[in-house]
Design a protein around this ligand. Structure first.
Ligand code: ASP
Ligand code: MG
Length: 321
């Protein structure tokens, strides 16, 4: 039977009710006939809380090994709770640390690279009819120490497991429904994208938008792992990530950087005419904007920070209406 990796973000695991809801989603997938492997982040803001606790206790930057041991505990809490919730809903589940799931890394604490995934234990658990719930964001070093994979690293856990198991799909369940043409809180007419390409997602992640961990998206692109970015709270489909880019603009991003707002247009084959259209529209709307950078899958305009949201709305009208 084919496997599917389903990764839940921390806000989807913030309290017992949400964990039970996530567990029910995993079981629903099992009933649809695919073998789910769940990957979990630490509950809500607990990674930041743990980091602060480490610093207050005298650790922090001077104690890299213990900081990783501390941070990894957040994901282990989620994994154990999620396994309990699946069992409470009538399923069979087993929580696994990164090490137990076979994720072997180098010894670079707080930014370890995955060297190898040995999925034997995962396969055995699947054969025994149990749903593995893997603590994201962590692995084990050659010396046997707990390592972590950089902030947002549960995404990397999900894609490396998907590759090692030859999964059909790697789903990311979060508190957003997918990728939108622009942030819907700022641009009410923004639409959810049915598809986006790896290259565009890499551009978006590289621009500092909190979509998915950049390392994880690059890994997925390199190994052509199909991704589905969708909601933990709604059944509706989200945004699929595929190899081919359709020509033209896909979405916009807005980022504040000091006193500037950076508005980027992400898409394939955006030539100079698109950039000139954007600059002309900004000028017509009375927003002073300058072209900042042009990449293969994006270009960026800079404006004064208070003009950022207006510029985003102007460009949305130009490219998406
Ligand atoms: N909990 C870790 C973080 O906040 C890893 C993750 O959520 O993916 O960065
Ligand atoms: Mg987190």
């Amino acid at each position: 039977m084919k496997t599917i990796v389903i990764k839940f973000g921390g806000s989807s695991l913030a309290d017992p009710g949400r964990i039970r809801r996530a567990a029910a989603m995993v079981l629903a997938e099992r009933r649809r006939g695919r073998l789910p492997v769940a990957v979990v982040s630490a509950p809500a803001d607990s990674t930041d809380d743990l980091l602060k606790l480490g610093v207050l206790t005298g650790g922090g930057a001077t104690a890299p090994r213990e900081t990783d041991a501390l941070m990894a505990a957040g994901e282990q809490i989620s994994a154990a709770l999620m396994a309990m919730a699946i069992e409470a809903e009538g399923g069979k589940a087993v929580s696994l640390t990164g090490a137990q799931a076979g994720i072997r890394t180098d010894a670079v604490f707080s930014a370890a690279a995955v060297r190898l995934v040995a999925p034997g234990r995962l396969r055995r658990e699947l054969r025994a009819g149990r749903i593995p719930v893997v603590a994201g964001f962590q692995g084990v070093s050659p010396a046997g120490d707990v390592t972590t994979l950089g902030r947002g690293g549960s995404d990397l856990t999900a894609v490396v497991l998907a590759r090692a198991l030859g999964s059909e799909l790697c789903e990311f369940r979060t508190d957003v429904k997918g990728i939108y043409t622009a942030h819907p809180a700022i641009v009410p007419e923004a639409r959810k994208l049915r598809e986006i390409s790896y290259a565009e997602l890499i551009a978006l992640a590289g621009l500092g938008t909190e979509v998915r961990q950049l390392r994880a998206v690059r890994y997925a692109a390199r190994h052509r792992i199909p991704l589905h970015l969708r909601s933990s709270f709604h059944a509706e489909p989200g945004t699929l990530v595929r190899a081919a880019s359709l020509p033209g603009p896909s979405c916009l991003s807005l980022k504040r950087e000091g006193r500037n707002a950076l508005v980027s247009v992400i898409g394939a084959g955006l030539g100079k005419p698109a950039l000139e259209r954007a600059l002309a529209a900004a000028a017509a709307a009375g927003v002073r904007a300058a072209a900042l950078a042009r990449g293969r899958h994006s270009f960026t305009l800079a404006a004064a920070a208070p003009d950022g949201e207006k510029l985003l709305r102007v460009l949305h009208t130009v490219f998406f209406s």
